[in-house]
Ligand binder design. Structure first.
Ligand SMILES: Nc1ncnc2c1ncn2[C@@H]1O[C@H](COP(=O)(O)OP(=O)(O)O)[C@@H](O)[C@H]1O
Ligand SMILES: [Mg+2]
Length: 411
């Protein structure tokens, strides 16, 4: 963030009182042609190495175009493997096709972050009829409206629920959306569920799982060579000609390949390397800029991830960061401050209560620790000598003060 501040400060100093300020601001980018192309929200027109996935997904949902209900699809794969981009592309093509052929079929994309059963149903109704104001309606009433709208048009609906693990009362939502197919006289609802978490499916109860996972698509991570080609393509749109050294792109691709084949990480590296090179007035983005961008991007990704976690997970992290900062009685062992899982659990309970959350059971708490460890934000190990039985030590893999600041803002 401070990079932008530096940039804008320089812009202001540079402008003085002459001329149109925007001319100077535009001139300020010596390397970027269109920086937005590297933003995670940009949807590229081409998705190399995902032709197969695009074909499979479109084949699975194609029945909506001939008046039949497709099976529900569950898509999973690590972060940055193109799940969101592919789904958006397929739904957008579906909508274009349905519109131009006058077929009552429609795809709606919903990101599950901070959504609940109620808010998702509300979004679907609003999408189908923006004039309808359903504030204050019960969930059942919103659901009835949704059925009415679908039935009225005989609509075949495909609802993509991205980051599906974040949705509150997901079980009820899936149950309801699926039951709609028994209640509707005309039309149908199919679901595309998307998750970054490979173990999410196992956490679902048997009924939700069998409903949601009628068809499964797994997105594999990209390798270094694929990432290099993806980056090259994007760099051509984002940077002026010759503004990026090929070795800089190769390095970003290699680093992202090690970072579980994450295309988003690769793009972010290139974006920040570009910012750093712009900031220091370098004539070209070099390897060295990518190397320096690395630390920055790793922090950004951790913090974005933390902000997107469910409240309970954030409460656990808040408790751990506070303990690490020595705010509460941390046991000291051999001169080193350590946090045992027992201490963390009791402090977590307090943090949860302070934030009007109901503390979860010890068993569920251990499940949270496993998940946070999977995300790479904490490490858990057995304490060993000097500790009772199977005491576990929980460590934080990021700076506790910075983490605390992020969690506080979002809890
Ligand atoms: N095959 C690809 N070609 C070009 N860009 C891609 C490709 N796959 C992913 N991306 C880009 O990488 C970023 C992450 O992709 P995204 O679809 O959000 O991944 P996921 O949803 O699996 O986490 C996005 O900016 C996306 O545009
Ligand atoms: Mg995604």
């Amino acid at each position: 963030m401070h990079l932008y501040k530096l940039l804008s400060r320089r812009i202001l100093i540079g402008v003085g009182i002459m001329g149109n300020v925007f001319e100077e601001v535009v001139k300020e980018y010596r390397l970027f042609k269109n920086r937005d192309v590297l933003s995670p929200h940009y949807l590229p027109s081409e998705l190399p190495f995902r032709e197969e996935e695009i074909r499979e997904l479109s084949q699975k949902i194609a029945p909506v175009l001939s008046g039949r209900k497709p099976e529900n699809v569950f898509i999973y794969g690590k972060t940055g493997t193109g799940k969101t981009a592919v789904t958006k592309k397929v739904l957008s093509d579906l909508n274009d096709y349905a519109r131009s052929h006058n077929i009552p079929a429609m795809g709606i994309y919903v990101n599950g972050m901070r959504e609940s059963e109620h808010s998702v149903l509300l979004k679907l109704v609003r999408h189908l009829d923006p004039s309808r104001d359903l504030i204050g309606y019960s969930t059942s009433a919103v659901y009835d409206k949704l059925l009415e709208l679908i039935d009225g048009r005989g609509l075949r609906l495909v609802v993509a629920l991205d980051e599906i693990d974040m949705i509150k009362r997901l079980r009820d939502l899936i149950y309801r959306l699926n039951r709609a197919n028994d209640e509707l006289e005309r039309g149908s609802i199919s679901i595309i569920g998307i998750s970054n978490n490979p173990t999410f499916k196992e956490q679902l109860d048997a009924r939700t799982r069998s409903t949601l996972c009628e068809v499964e698509l797994v997105f594999p991570p990209y390798n270094a060579e694929q990432l290099r080609i993806i980056l090259e393509q994007r760099a051509q749109e984002a940077f002026k000609e010759g503004a990026v050294a090929p070795e800089a792109i190769s390095l970003a691709a290699a680093l992202a390949a090690k970072h579980s084949g994450d295309a988003r990480y690769a793009l972010q590296l290139l974006l920040r390397a570009g910012d750093i090179a712009e900031e220091e007035g370098a004539p070209r983005v070099e390897r060295e800029h990518v190397e320096r961008a690395r630390q920055l991007v790793e922090e950004e990704i951790v913090y974005e991830m933390v902000a997107s976690l469910p409240e309970q997970h954030r409460a656990v992290l808040m408790a751990l960061a506070s303990l690490k900062l020595g705010k509460k009685g941390v046991s000291s062992f051999g001169g080193e401050k350590v946090v045992t899982s027992g201490l963390l659990y009791s402090y977590y309970r307090k943090v949860a209560e302070d934030h009007v959350l109901t503390p979860v059971s010890d068993r569920q708490f251990r499940e949270y620790l496993n998940e946070l460890e999977t995300y790479g934000i904490i490490s858990v190990k057995t304490a060993g000598k000097g500790f009772r039985g199977n005491t576990r030590i929980v460590d934080l893999n990021v700076d506790p003060a910075k983490l605390l600041a992020v969690v506080r803002r979002s809890l």
